[in-house]
Design a protein around this ligand. Structure first.
Ligand SMILES: Nc1nc2c(ncn2[C@@H]2O[C@H](COP(=O)(O)OP(=O)(O)OP(=O)(O)O)[C@@H](O)[C@H]2O)c(=O)[nH]1
Ligand SMILES: [Mg+2]
Length: 293
């Protein structure tokens, strides 16, 4: 039996979360077209016949100065430090960026690293070949072109990852595919739908706090959540004309929450303004963005 932890790293929007979901075969991490979607380390477990790979999805490597940005950067380095190997995701539809190259050049020699050249379904082949050529100059680096969206070449990637695992016992039972509690998953689903339906004028300053999560004797799960934004002017945008935007978020979220809890869900969403929440330790802690020491 082989097992181990694999940290999934890469720039924002490279497709890390899409890839972890495709590898695990379940939705463990939310996805959006906006960069900086993932904020926490998210564990996703792949159970093979004779191996168990525990993937850790991470926030895209970026620079920012808020306390939330710092939390995200800490999540990345702790994932990297506690892993047996690194799965580095690169968006092949863009020219290879210097930050990714430098990171790989620095770390590939010391850690077991595989590069997933992602989005091959939309990549310009000439661009992609350029990236492969440059990456090939780094010794010991495995490069696997894939598409997380179409699942192209994932078996090849899995076999490279299998080779990075160590002899050992499984870390998690076979029916487990993430270590996150339902409450966390619920908040993330609401946040994903908010990102999906809100236009670009609402920046990434949305937080979700689950206020109530109860399954009654009638089998119905009642969930209440606050959508936290930074400015009073964002509130009417999130609510939309006649409550239309909030309604769309709610309908889409409820559908997925029902799949999550495997039962009927009543969902109530409220919009709250908490200016500067990304720098407010107390609010960050409330939303789960703090390491419990
Ligand atoms: N065409 C195509 N799109 C992809 C592929 N993988 C991911 N995407 C899209 O790329 C966007 C970003 O995907 P995510 O999985 O959220 O990216 P991420 O690396 O987790 O981003 P952060 O969490 O912000 O760091 C989404 O719109 C995905 O649907 C792929 O293989 N092909
Ligand atoms: Mg992500």
């Amino acid at each position: 039996m082989k097992s181990g932890f694999i940290a999934i790293l890469g720039l924002p929007n490279a497709g890390k979360s899409t890839l972890i979901n495709a590898l695990v075969g379940e939705k463990v991490s939310i996805v959006s077209w906006r960069p900086q979607t993932t904020r926490d380390k998210i564990v996703g477990i792949l159970h093979g016949d004779d191996f168990q790979a525990v993937f850790i999805d991470t926030p895209g490597i970026h620079k920012g100065s808020s306390k939330l940005s710092k939390y995200m950067a800490d999540e990345v380095s702790s994932a990297k430090n506690s892993s047996d190997g690194v799965l580095f995701v690169i968006d092949a539809s863009k020219p290879l960026d210097k930050d990714s190259f430098d990171f790989l050049e620095k770390t590939a020699s010391s850690a077991d690293t595989v590069v997933a050249l992602n989005k091959m379904d939309i990549a310009d082949k000439a661009f992609a070949m350029e990236s492969v050529k440059r990456l090939s100059s780094i010794r010991g680096l495995e490069i696997v072109p894939i598409s997380a969206a179409t699942k192209e070449n994932l078996p090849e990637l899995v076999s490279v990852i299998r080779g990075m695992l160590k002899d050992g016992v499984p870390y998690y039972p076979e029916d487990m595919y993430t270590d996150k509690p339902l409450r966390f998953m619920a908040a993330e689903i609401v946040r994903e739908k908010a990102l999906k339906f809100l236009l670009a004028e609402i920046p990434h300053g949305i937080g979700v706090e689950i206020k109530k999560f109860e399954t009654g004797e009638d089998g119905i799960t009642r969930i209440e959540a606050d959508l936290i934004c930074e400015k009073e002017t964002h509130k009417p945008i999130i609510i939309g004309k006649g409550g239309e935007t909030l309604k769309r978020i709610s309908v889409a979220a409820r559908r997925e929450l029902e799949a999550l809890v495997d039962g009927q869900v009543y969902l109530r969403l409220y919009v709250k303004v908490k200016s500067g929440w990304k720098d407010n330790s107390a609010i960050l802690e409330l939303l789960g963005y703090s390491e419990k020491k």
